[in-house]
Design a binder for this molecule. Structure first.
Ligand SMILES: [Zn+2]
Length: 226
């Protein structure tokens, strides 16, 4: 099996990661991080893990002006950096993607989902419910921008193919409904971890142990070392 990495532009965060100072204007970090999306070439079909950011997120009115999320991260991408456009350039028809698994529903993970209207979109039920309505918007979710219809909502773990080779597993922390995707290939494989951690060294203990036990390489959303 093969896993491709794409980054949908870059994200720049505030230099201070905690405290009220990060809400003040200025103070942007000199460094930027990737916004990674992973394409798994599974024998049964293509599986995309997360869909990255949309260039539309920079449009006035995409986020509510008052939301503090706007003041914490600055996304740098052009329409050609969206995942649908990148796959097309790489010779992969977005319409041929069979599954889209969303680690969680923050905009830099669900933003590009509109290019995959033919796919089965899989999200945890807890995450889906947390993103809805006014409470969801107060948490920074923007469900009004998702052309998702009714995605496949799963509880706990979920085996996509039925043979253990592609398994959605709960990975709560960053959000309560956050999930990871285990990709097993022969003796090893990968753990697509989303925002479960920024670097493999920071993985929660249960996920780190899973990787150790099964020989899985963790691949994370905002890690350049992938
Ligand atoms: Zn997130």
């Amino acid at each position: 099996m093969k896993v491709d990495r794409f980054s949908t532009g870059r994200v720049r965060a505030k230099r201070a990661s905690h405290g009220v100072r990060r809400y003040l204007p200025g103070g942007w970090s000199d460094e930027t991080l990737p916004v990674n999306v992973f394409l798994v070439h599974h024998p049964v079909g293509l599986c995309l893990f997360d869909t990255g950011q949309t260039a539309g997120a920079a449009d006035p009115g995409y986020h509510q002006r008052w939301h503090p999320y706007l003041r914490l991260a600055r996304f740098e991408l052009r329409p050609e950096d969206e995942i649908g456009a990148q796959l097309t350039r790489a010779g992969v028809d977005p319409a041929g993607v069979r599954w889209v698994v969303l680690s969680h529903l923050h905009t830099d993970h669900v933003g590009g989902v509109g290019a995959f209207t033919g796919a089965e979109v899989i999200v945890s039920r807890a995450e889906w419910e947390r993103a809805q309505g006014l409470a969801g918007r107060l948490r920074g979710y923007v469900p009004q921008h998702w052309p998702l219809g009714e995605p496949h909502r799963v509880d706990g773990s979920y085996d996509l193919v039925g043979d253990g080779s592609l398994v959605v597993v709960p990975a709560p922390g960053h959000t309560p409904g956050h999930v990871a995707l285990v990709v097993r290939d022969g003796e090893g494989g990968w753990l697509l971890g989303g925002d479960a951690a920024h670097t493999p060294a920071e993985l929660p203990k249960d996920l780190a142990e899973l990787c150790e036990r099964e020989g899985l390489t963790p691949l994370l959303a905002h890690d350049d070392d992938v």
